[in-house]
Design a protein around this ligand. Structure first.
Ligand SMILES: [Zn+2]
Length: 505
């Protein structure tokens, strides 16, 4: 049947490239698609899955039932040797799909590859035409052999007090469908610690039950949730521009744990180490003991308390972070930290790049354990759309022997060059930070550009009036959450701000 798939058969797609409703796009070398030759994808279809992991067949069947109900295709395990049409890359996340009149075939090297194949099919499948209600689905004829550029592809999500848990779940589910495989979750004063109930604002939304539920959900969807605690600066768990402090504003008795003013933890206080270790252990356990733990450590200030000023701060910071990193290691995980305190801001080599450290804290780049993963956030300050081809700070950490991840924000055009640079130097991965912009057009662009960059493919072409690829995948998240709340559709809570008619007419 393969001969029916001559490349010329896909001319329909070339004439209308907007019709590729899939993000991230697969590796372009092995991607052919033709919606003018639709293939049945319903209860009459058998999907043959070839995967050495037996769990793949079960996972696919369960999720097809969840997505398609009585109209689900059947899933049967098949033998890899019978899968001829496309080469399957050796990467553990690789997958290949062939769909034609003879049926649908998937090959994958692991359960991860099965998931990515399933998400690709799910985005491409549309309702069969010509009926009032959905009566099964159709796929374009496709041949895909796909593999990600980078093995670690993360989004960094901030759980603010203002964020509803549904928004966090949507962000996690959407990231998974776009083939991110990690999500770093940073609580901003919302984690409900049992051990230290003073360490959150009143009525925290990130309850232990919710953390456990979302972590289990992530494991099923193929996106591992990684917890974060800001173990150095940002101890207020609030944006600096608001002058809020999660602890000191309402529980002043904990003042000794922080430097005067509250921005840094007081690193010479042994109680600080105890508290942070207890919080790390509790959170790590709630997240299901994932293989990484993010310790924050960005944008700290020089110390002002008499005890912390007695010793060179670089030494003290190194001891503090190394102690916590060892503790994380003793729990079977690797610590991650932001990079900026490890670069001396007066060092001319880093001109134009983010660096917040002093000569003292920059010594950490030589003294810190090489087990720690350096998350180098570079936002192309001055121009968020700037293209930067070379990333000297990332190269520096790699040369020092660290695993380094490139972390963009809304510098969209820099994302692909950054991911390509990380791949070129054999870096660790890519982390898309989102901060307080997880809504509206910023959310769409951050996810679209970052998922494409980390996967190693171009950004899907924009459709003229309505972003169909993104709208489709966002809607799938809504189906999975059985959303009926107006607030949880689209990428903004409201089309028109509440009160608009009253205030403006
Ligand atoms: Zn101190």
């Amino acid at each position: 049947m393969l001969s029916a798939f001559a490349v010329s058969a896909f001319a329909g797609n070339e004439a209308n490239p907007d019709a590729i409703e899939l993000a991230p796009l697969p590796a372009p070398a092995e991607f052919r698609i033709d919606m003018d030759r639709p293939v049945a994808f319903d209860a009459s279809t058998t999907v043959a899955l070839e995967c050495p992991d037996d769990k793949g067949t079960e996972w696919l069947a369960v999720h097809f039932r969840e997505w398609y109900g009585a109209q689900s295709p059947k899933v049967v395990a098949s033998n890899l040797s019978t899968f001829q049409p496309l080469k399957l890359s050796g990467s553990p996340e690789a997958y290949a799909i062939a769909a034609d009149a003879s049926g649908v075939r998937i090959a994958a090297r692991s359960l991860a590859g099965v998931r990515w194949a399933a998400y690709t099919l799910r985005q491409l499948a549309i309702a069969k035409r010509g009926t009032f209600k959905t009566e099964g689905r159709i796929l374009p004829a496709v041949e895909i052999s796909d593999v990600p550029l980078l093995g670690f592809r993360a989004v960094h999500l901030c759980w603010f007090p203002e964020l509803r848990p549904q928004q966090m779940e949507r962000a996690i589910r959407l990231a998974a469908l776009l083939k991110f495989n990690y999500a770093i979750i940073e609580p901003w004063g919302v984690y409900e610690s049992e051990k230290h109930p003073w360490w959150h604002w009143p009525n925290p939304t990130m309850t232990k039950a919710e953390v456990r539920r979302l972590s289990a959900l992530g494991r099923d969807l193929g996106i591992t949730l990684i917890p974060q605690i800001n173990a150095f600066g940002h101890a207020s768990s609030s944006r600096s521009c608001t002058m809020k402090h999660m602890v000191l504003d309402i529980a002043p008795e904990y003042e000794p744990l922080f430097e005067p003013g509250g921005w840094n933890w007081c690193l010479t206080n042994p109680e600080t180490q105890r508290v942070l270790r207890e919080l790390i252990a509790e959170m790590h356990e709630d997240f299901g003991n994932p293989p990484f733990f993010h310790l924050g450590c960005d944008e700290a200030q020089p110390p002002t308390c008499p005890e912390c000023r007695k010793r060179p701060y670089g030494e003290l910071v190194c001891e503090h972070i190394a102690g916590l990193a060892d503790f994380v290691k003793s729990r079977g995980a690797r610590a991650m930290i932001w990079h900026d305190m490890l670069l001396d801001r007066s060092d001319k080599r880093w001109k134009g790049f983010v660096k917040c450290g002093s000569k003292a804290t920059a010594t950490l780049a030589d003294t810190l354990s090489k087990d720690v993963i350096i998350c180098d956030w570079q936002y192309s300050y001055g121009d968020m759309k700037e293209v930067c081809m070379d990333w000297p700070t990332m190269g520096y950490f790699k040369e020092k022997g660290f695993a380094v991840a490139g972390c963009p924000w809304m510098n969209y055009n820099a994302m692909k060059p950054m991911a390509d640079y990380i791949a070129k130097i054999g870096g660790f991965g890519f982390i898309e930070t989102t901060w307080h912009h997880l809504r509206g057009g910023d959310w769409v662009k951050m996810y679209k550009y970052a998922s494409a960059a980390a996967w190693g493919t171009p950004v899907p072409p924009g459709t003229p009036q309505y972003d169909t690829p993104f709208g489709n995948v966002m809607r799938l998240v809504g189906y999975d959450m059985k959303t009926t709340d107006y607030l949880d559709t689209g990428h903004l809570n409201y089309q028109v701000p509440p009160g608009w008619w009253v205030d403006n007419n």
